[in-house]
Design a binder for this molecule. Structure first.
Ligand code: ZN
Length: 289
């Protein structure tokens, strides 16, 4: 709730994660829950990790911080699933807040980790890539084994389910969003796990000096805006108000707050306007946020 509103500008808490004061709030415990059909939330409070039960094995999306896997594992077990049954791990982008826990989760499950070509390179090497606009700022990740590359539009299948990779670069050169269908009885919803689209950077980096990155962002805004989308989920829970929707639904809100066929379009528009605001600040030489 309140913690979900914290960002890097939030209050400074005791540092359980060296170099990341806000990570303590992000890594606060979170009860797991069903989002819709066979899609479950198993992440920590501020950072998403999703579990999908295909009926013939589990798919895990993102692994949060290096300190998160014990909570993710416990959440999976609380829901009655076995981490051993995870057959695929999907990644959005290789920053420490979504990929920091992947090394441990991959070792636990032995599942292959699927990511874009650029992200796969970073995951295999560990650290932070020099082409990352935030190079020098995010904490380095541990190298991950058994990483496979996926192309834009490529489909990863498990059981009867299909998980489609969509290139959504900008925030990093290799950001990927994932889509799949989750069903309850005869109603199937189009699930979208949309990668971060915010223009974060290291101090001194100017997006206005990188037209190729601006082109990437625009392509990603258009892509996310056009995705068939009933349920929007995001790596940071607060970006899609994931936990607020869960709480409102638990309080009896109808229709289901998670179901919003305009959510992807609104997210893309908000991201586009955030980038425009950032470019305006760069133009007026105001300090970067
Ligand atoms: Zn990031």
């Amino acid at each position: 709730m309140v913690l979900a509103l914290l960002g890097f500008c939030g209050p400074v808490l005791a540092e359980d994660v060296p170099g990341c004061p806000v990570c303590t709030a992000w890594n606060a415990p979170q009860a797991p829950f069903k989002i819709y059909g066979n899609t479950y939330y198993v992440g920590v409070h501020g950072l998403s990790s999703l579990l999908i039960d295909t009926g013939q094995g589990l798919v895990l999306i993102d692994g949060d911080l290096p300190q998160s896997p014990p909570q993710i594992e416990a959440n999976i077990k609380t829901l009655g699933f076995k981490p051993d049954d995870i057959k695929l791990i999907l990644n959005s982008h290789p920053h420490f807040d979504y990929a920091g826990g992947l090394r441990t989760l991959q070792q636990l499950t032995h599942a292959p980790v699927l990511a874009s070509a650029w992200s796969a390179k970073v995951l295999r090497a560990g650290g932070v890539d020099r082409d990352d606009p935030q190079y020098g700022v995010p904490l380095p990740i541990d190298a991950v084994a058994n990483v496979r590359e996926v192309r834009d539009g490529e489909v990863a299948r498990l059981g009867r389910m299909a998980f489609v990779a969509h290139d959504t670069p900008g925030h990093t050169p290799g950001g990927a969003s994932w889509t799949w269908l989750s069903c309850e009885k005869t109603r199937c919803l189009r699930m979208v796990y949309a990668d971060s689209l915010n223009p974060a950077s290291a101090p001194g980096y100017l997006f206005s000096s990188h037209p190729e990155v601006l082109k990437d962002f625009e392509k990603s805004f258009a892509m996310v805006s056009a995705l068939p989308c009933d349920v929007l989920l995001t790596p940071h829970t607060d970006i899609s108000d994931l936990l607020g929707k869960w709480q409102r639904r638990a309080q009896g809100a109808t229709p289901d707050p998670f179901i919003d066929s305009n959510a992807c379009r609104a997210f893309a528009e908000k991201s586009r306007s955030d980038l425009a605001a950032r470019l305006a600040r760069e133009k007026s030489s105001l300090p970067n946020k």
